[in-house]
Design a protein around this ligand. Structure first.
Ligand SMILES: [Zn+2]
Length: 413
């Protein structure tokens, strides 16, 4: 295609209508969606998606994790496919765009190629990854983790929800326990289009986020041990109070993160004290700390500083403690060529764009371990996601679809 030919574009009305059609399945009172993994609602959305794929002359396969692959074949039988995908499951009070958008924009790319009569040499394949959200079954990005070899299928199948239903029994019940093995195959490039789920693009008034990678993340568990005591009879000076020790640490923790600039993120989202009675000085405090930074060396330096602060403050207070890292995910650098394709596509379409780092994990992180991968973000209103009020402007939705289409074409033609 020469630069002088008119740009082909996706059908914005069709894409936005399909997003609303899927959102209607499991719709919630406040305008969001509740389609948790492997529920009846998830099955209904999957079946609607598959019927659209079949109308678009795709060959559809389902693997043993329920991951769905819908392929539009290419002219070269030996060419590896271009993968485009995301997920259809949601949080219990999820929005209309998280995941769904990336899947339906993938299908829209195929439909646009069909409408324009464009024959690519490489196959183009839309993927729906199972249980990205990890809320009903507590392993985020489960389908793509098994596919990429990061999680054993036996372990994934055995996981149970809070009612005792296992992944394998629910896959079977909803008719998505496929016969082909969930294992990687080679691909030329993979792209995941997603709403940003944060406020940066909106604040910068920029349409396209060219995602260059993800942050390094770790989770830590701090326990401080004091002594339970009567709230009325024990003088302040004689207490062994873990909350008081923590209150000295907290401003130091925030300062360490702030010192390293806005890319460092520290969160204390779970704080529990025991026995949890209003008139008892707690004998034990447990805090879970989430630490993120895209720069691995800075992440590790902050983690080390946290350790030193804990040691210092507990020793000053004369209290015992334990401090352990219980989960870690290394940062991901997306593929330079895929990043460039997204940048080229945004430029060709005339959209404003900026490089951005994903603050959240996505299936694309798992794919990037198996082949060249990158992501595209569009803004979402007020940066809200995992929220029934999640919203993306239909014109922005279309713009992301056009960037996806042209990034795919750069590899598939
Ligand atoms: Zn998502």
């Amino acid at each position: 295609m020469s630069r002088n030919e008119p740009l082909i574009e996706i059908d914005s009305a069709r894409l936005n209508k399909r997003i609303q059609d899927i959102a209607a399945i499991g719709s919630t009172l406040n305008g969001g969606s509740n389609r948790q993994a492997l529920t009846d609602e998830d099955a209904e959305a999957r079946n609607l998606f598959m019927s659209w794929c079949e109308n678009s002359a795709c060959e559809v396969r389902v693997d043993s994790m329920g991951n769905i692959f819908a392929r539009r074949s290419g002219s070269n039988p030996n060419a590896d496919p271009i993968l485009i995908g995301s997920h259809l499951d949601t949080q219990p009070t999820g929005g209309r765009f998280d995941g769904v958008y990336g899947v339906l924009a993938g299908l829209e790319v195929i439909d646009s190629l069909n409408d324009s009569g464009i024959q690519t040499q490489a196959p183009v394949e839309v993927v729906v990854w199972t249980n990205e959200e990890g809320c009903r079954f507590d392993t985020p990005s489960m389908g793509s983790s098994v596919w990429a070899g990061l999680l054993s299928e036996t372990d994934a199948h055995a996981q149970k929800d809070s009612q005792g239903h296992s992944v394998i029994s629910e896959l079977e019940r909803i008719g998505f326990l496929g016969k082909i093995d969930a294992q990687p195959f080679s691909f030329q490039a993979a792209f995941e289009l997603h709403i940003e789920q944060g406020p940066v693009l909106e604040q910068q008034n920029t349409l396209i986020g060219v995602v260059v990678g993800t942050q390094q993340m770790s989770r830590h568990r701090l326990k401080i041990f004091g002594q339970e005591a009567h709230a009325g009879t024990t003088p302040m000076s004689l207490r062994r109070d873990p909350i008081r020790a923590f209150s000295v640490m907290l401003p130091k923790f925030y300062s360490v993160a702030d010192e390293h600039g806005p890319q460092s993120r520290i969160t204390f989202g779970q704080i529990n004290c025991y026995p949890g009675a209003v008139n008892t000085v707690p004998g034990e405090l447990e805090v879970k700390i989430d630490l993120r930074d895209p720069r691995p060396d800075v992440h590790d330096a902050i983690a080390k500083d946290l350790c030193e602060i804990v040691e210092l403050c507990c020793s000053e207070a004369g209290l015992a403690f334990t401090f352990e890292k219980y989960w870690e995910k290394p940062s991901v650098d997306f593929d330079a060529k895929c990043i460039q394709s997204v940048q080229n596509a945004a430029t060709r379409c005339g959209y404003s764009s900026m490089e951005i780092i994903s603050g959240a994990l996505h299936d694309a992180c798992n794919l990037s371990l198996q082949g060249p991968t990158s992501m595209i973000f569009i803004p979402c209103k007020d940066g809200l996601s995992h929220n029934e009020a999640e919203y993306a402007d239909p014109d922005h939705v279309a713009a992301g679809g056009n960037v996806l289409l042209h990034a795919v074409l750069e590899h598939a033609l």
